[in-house]
Design a protein around this ligand. Structure first.
Ligand SMILES: Cc1ncc(COP(=O)(O)O)c(C=O)c1O
Length: 250
């Protein structure tokens, strides 16, 4: 939600110091972070031997279902006998397993192409590009420079408007409010993909630039929405978005 990346070497240091167990959830990082797409352990080159439980999902980078847990034999045996799924859930279907195996093979380059590596590089470039450009325009962007999740702060009051305005301009966005985030920490949450082209990213940045200016979503432009409202009393709820869209794009 924050677009941050855990400081794994530091967490490992603390784990050793306090003799704790370390559980790492790579749901958002497997297939996305690190030079080989193996997640945060790959990004920080820590290896996985200090991680007691390493898990991830196949629903994001793998575009499939299910997930995985890797740990010592004792932990895995314990999960096998004590958790719900080995006894009561269906096993994964062959097409899903094939999707996961094929994706893994592309990520690892076992398919004989460099497509996986290129996609991971492109994802990183897209994240850096979008974050940098939004920051240059004055937006408050949360998180790590290389994280493919790019959250952009928009005030609680403007959030529904920004969402509708973006839609009116042809871009569907995901907005996040309380309780997923703190009450006044509302935001847009962009999740970048390696398949996003520069033109697509530029288009989103361009539209957000125009809307953000009017909506006071930028740190350095506090006045324009107030000015607009003073000039145009919004008469009725229906049609406001269109009116606003006309004002910005018309
Ligand atoms: C941190 C984290 N872990 C695990 C999951 C589980 O993902 P899923 O239920 O899609 O397998 C999610 C889902 O968004 C997540 O954000």
């Amino acid at each position: 939600m924050e677009g941050t990346i855990v400081n794994l070497p530091e967490v490992i240091r603390l784990k050793k110091k306090y003799k704790a167990y370390l559980y790492v959830d790579e749901a958002h990082s497997i297939g996305a972070l690190g030079p080989n797409g193996k997640g945060v352990a790959d990004l920080f080159k820590t290896g996985t031997k200090d991680i007691d439980i390493l898990m991830g999902t196949f629903t994001k980078s793998f575009a499939a279902f299910g997930g995985y847990i890797s740990a010592s034999k004792e932990i895995i045996n314990h999960l096998r006998v004590s958790s719900h799924s080995p006894c009561y859930a269906q096993s994964m279907s062959p097409p899903v397993m094939q999707q996961i195996a094929s994706t893994l093979s592309v990520i690892q380059g076992h398919d004989g192409t460099a497509e996986g590596k290129m996609k991971i590089q492109r994802l990183r470039q897209n994240a850096v590009y979008m974050r940098e450009n939004l920051q240059k325009l004055g937006f408050h962007v949360y998180g790590h420079p290389e994280c493919p999740i790019v959250p952009v702060k928009v005030s609680l009051i403007c959030l529904p408007w920004v969402s509708r305005m973006m839609q009116a301009a042809g871009v569907s966005i995901v907005v996040v409010g309380s309780p997923a985030v703190a009450f006044f920490e509302t935001r847009i949450r962009f999740c970048l993909s390696a398949s996003h082209s520069r033109q697509q990213i530029d288009k989103v940045i361009d539209i957000l630039d125009q809307i953000g200016h009017v909506m006071c979503a930028k740190k350095n432009k506090p006045d324009s929405f107030a000015e607009y409202r003073a000039k145009n009393m919004l008469r009725h709820r229906k049609g406001n978005y269109i009116e606003m869209a006309d004002f910005i794009f018309g």
